[in-house]
Design a protein around this ligand. Structure first.
Ligand SMILES: NC(=O)c1ccc[n+]([C@@H]2O[C@H](COP(=O)([O-])OP(=O)(O)OC[C@H]3O[C@@H](n4cnc5c(N)ncnc54)[C@H](O)[C@@H]3O)[C@@H](O)[C@H]2O)c1
Length: 334
């Protein structure tokens, strides 16, 4: 079977990982890379022996390209996604799908209109812990969900790096807004949020947002997001998802319960073993599983685990969080 050619647009932290996986999977090959910063493309092209495209269109038109990873900043997803769709390429866009419901609609319409597949990289759906929790819920072990609590907190470096460009609701919150909706099985009807800004004032970003959600089935959700955790703590991500229902409870802990700890003379740290560890010189973990899923669903004409409507729904919730912060009132949905 011939390999599917891949192009990657946006070659920062995530673009480099996508590129690496496309070059390592047996079903795919990395054909072209493009970034607004040409030296990033040149460096990656040298590393993988692919084309350093001089423009978005050149990357999309590179011979053999069938799939495109869009890994640009959150607010720069629309143009590369719609251009890739217009060029007839299947699109895997990093989360969030876009930073407004309107932009989501533009991307979804472009994919539909040009008959290409569209998946958003909600990588937490490929984290085994969250998948097994979902299986327990589907198996009836929790019963009718009464309340959910999600947490996704990062260290301050993340807030300083990303804060000036996007919001914590779009960068971190969409992960759990999606997972909580996936677990509870319905949409939210009302969202109320509060934020605080003490450390990221120069970045013009909220340090933290706490959100309350009321769902169509009467369940209540609470989501904590922060990117100002102290640099010195051993895990860069502290995440939780706890679901309580009429029959039981399921709880996922990520970060402080990691089974691997490495210590040096001055400090200890807990390396990521779930999302993007490099093992035997290959990119492993949930990011790889997500990209494999994307390719196999295209090959086998199967539904993706995450549909464009799911990705849009997470953006609708992040948008509602911002509406609530602006007005100081709950934002109604639907
Ligand atoms: N799934 C996850 O766990 C996860 C983790 C981090 C980031 N992300 C998402 O991945 C995306 C990229 O994040 P990142 O941390 O890699 O960012 P980054 O800042 O490291 O890299 C972004 C790159 O995109 C390039 N770029 C921006 N606009 C462009 C355009 N129009 N055309 C071409 N290149 C352009 C920039 O020059 C930069 O090199 C974001 O949407 C982010 O939310 C997902």
């Amino acid at each position: 079977m011939s390999k599917m050619g891949a192009a990657v647009i946006g070659l920062g932290m995530m673009g480099q990982r996508h590129g690496r996986v496309w070059s390592e999977l047996t079903e795919t090959e990395l054909v072209a890379v493009y970034d607004l910063a040409p030296e990033r493309a040149r460096q990656m092209a040298d590393q993988y022996g692919c084309m350093a495209a001089g423009s978005l269109q050149e990357a999309l038109d590179a011979p053999g390209v069938e799939i495109v990873s869009v890994c640009t900043d959150d607010q720069n997803h629309v143009e590369p996604c719609t251009a890739a769709a217009a060029a007839g390429k299947h699109v895997l866009v990093e989360k969030p799908l876009a930073t407004s419901p309107h932009d989501c609609d533009t991307i979804i319409a472009a994919a539909r209109g040009h008959g290409v597949r569209l998946m958003t990289g909600h990588v937490v759906r490929f984290d085994l812990r969250y998948q097994v929790a979902k299986a327990a819920i589907d198996d009836g072990q929790v019963g009718d969900i009464i309340h959910l609590y999600g947490r996704r907190n990062n260290i301050l470096r993340s807030g300083r790096r990303i804060g000036p460009r996007t919001s914590i609701a779009y960068f971190l919150g969409v992960h759990d807004l999606d997972i909580m909706r996936w677990y509870v099985g319905c949409d939210a009807v009302r969202v109320y949020a509060e934020s605080s800004r003490k450390l990221l004032t120069e970045e013009g970003a909220d340090d933290t947002i706490f959100t309350l959600l009321k769902y169509e089935n009467d369940a209540v959700g609470c989501l904590e997001t922060s990117w100002v955790l102290p640099e010195g703590q051993p895990n860069t991500l502290d995440a939780r998802l706890e679901v309580v229902g009429t029959e039981g409870r399921v709880a996922v802990r990520v970060g402080d319960s990691e089974p691997l700890e490495v210590s040096g003379p001055d400090r200890s740290w807990r390396p990521d073993i779930a999302y993007g560890p490099v093992v035997y010189d290959q990119q492993a973990g949930a990011i790889r599983h997500q990209l494999e899923h994307f390719v196999r669903c295209i090959r086998d004409e199967q539904e993706f685990i995450i549909t464009p409507e799911d990705a849009r729904a997470a953006v609708v919730l992040a948008d509602a969080i911002h509406r609530s912060l602006e007005t100081g009132m709950p934002a109604q949905l639907g």
